[in-house]
Ligand binder design. Sequence first.
Ligand SMILES: [Zn+2]
Length: 107
Amino acid sequence: MEERLIKKLMTSIGCDFCGQHYEMSGIDIIGHREDLWFLNVSCPACHTRCLMAAVVKESRMSGEVVGPAEEASGRFDKNAIDVDDVLSMHVFLKDFDGDFSRLLAQK
Ligand SMILES: [Zn+2]
């Protein structure tokens, strides 16, 4: 999974405080463990920073990346990422203590 796509996904999510959508320049990828990605995002409007996690299911791309390039890339973004999963992880992280290093170290 490309980091650029992870960031693109995050731009579909709004800030908890002011509702402004995040911008790719305000998103830092901390790391990932399999299909669970951890990010540090900064709101472009109110500059609130928060930690976020995204579950990105690469398996959904199977068989989709064929055919004309433009059509394939359109479906690629749509199918590779499950926004519902990201939102649920976002809620989860509100109660998370922020210890990403411990989480990432788990096997
Ligand atoms: Zn904001």
